[in-house]
Design a protein around this ligand. Structure first.
Ligand SMILES: NC(=O)c1ccc[n+]([C@@H]2O[C@H](COP(=O)([O-])OP(=O)(O)OC[C@H]3O[C@@H](n4cnc5c(N)ncnc54)[C@H](O)[C@@H]3O)[C@@H](O)[C@H]2O)c1
Length: 259
């Protein structure tokens, strides 16, 4: 049986761990050729090895997505490895905690650069390659934090709100070129990022913190990276062919609840 992403080339940023890692494995299992893009070479190489061991196609590309030269090289290396680009999944992201008063300007710039500027850069340099293929799909990563905030996430929330707005305008600017652009808004997903946050806020019992955060979601648990990957594959495939400029929640009912 034909797999969903056979003959498709997928760039996944932040693919070395967490959601990006699970998504890389999922796309490769569906026949896709995956550019595993990350700032961490050991993590990225591990993902590529796993994909190749399973008989899939992947290359690791070292890239700081906030750096324009890196992004331009990353797109060129993807094209040279696989002949073009069909799907761009902007997943790389970072979080730091603090109010606007106690967060340093450097931390603010770091978060905004990796989460928002990078989304601009990867779109800027990938869309010309999509045009050559007659179209393509972009999936950006926003967050529930773009819709309902918490304390001490000023820079992160602002960056994810920016990604939501950028998604809409990219969708409109390129709708006539057969390029769709949507974003996802996950709530808490069990990844190294979530574990890092739990260890920082509750160093004595991070596992208990994750359990309690899960209980804040109407489904009573945090999500898995695979549940995010499934939504991203839906958005990257023709199954979502009438959707562009939209945001898709993976939040266990969190934003439906006011309590
Ligand atoms: N985990 C959650 O609860 C959650 C919730 C909502 C949204 N998100 C978003 O989902 C995305 C993935 O999150 P995660 O939890 O898997 O994160 P993670 O920290 O577990 O993994 C992030 C990956 O991105 C890579 N990375 C970081 N900076 C980079 C850079 N400058 N260039 C290239 N790669 C870089 C890291 O090396 C790592 O492999 C992020 O955009 C995050 O904001 C996560």
């Amino acid at each position: 049986m034909r797999k969903r992403f056979e003959d498709k080339v997928i760039i996944i940023t932040g693919a070395g761990m967490g959601i990006g890692r699970a998504s890389s494995l999922a796309f490769a299992r569906e026949g896709g050729s995956v550019a595993v893009v990350d700032i961490s070479e050991p993590d990225g190489n591990e993902v590529v090895t796993q994909i190749q061991d399973e008989g899939g196609k992947a290359v690791f590309i070292h890239c700081d997505v906030a750096n324009s030269k890196d992004v331009q090289r990353m797109v060129a290396e993807t094209v040279s490895a696989f002949g073009g680009v069909d799907v761009l999944y902007n997943n790389a992201g970072v979080v730091r905690y603090g109010t606007v008063v106690d967060m340093s300007e450097e931390e603010w710039d770091y978060i905004l650069n990796v989460n928002l500027r990078a989304t601009f850069l990867t779109c800027k340099y990938t869309i010309p390659e999509m045009r050559k293929r007659g179209g393509g799909v972009i999936v950006n990563t926003s967050s529930v934090q773009a819709f309902a905030s918490q304390r001490t996430v000023a820079a992160y929330s602002a960056s994810k709100g920016g990604v939501l707005s950028l998604t809409k305008t990219v969708a409109l600017d390129h709708v006539d070129e057969n390029i769709r652009c949507n974003c996802i808004a996950p709530a808490s997903i069990h990844t190294p990022m979530l574990e890092w946050g739990a260890a920082m806020f509750v160093p004595d019992d991070p596992a208990q913190a994750i359990k309690e955060w899960g209980e804040l979601h109407p489904m009573g648990r945090v999500g898995t990276p695979e549940e995010v990957a499934n939504m991203v594959m839906f958005l990257a495939s023709d199954e979502s062919s009438f959707s562009t400029g939209s945001c898709f929640f993976i939040d266990g009912g969190l934003l439906a609840s006011a309590l």
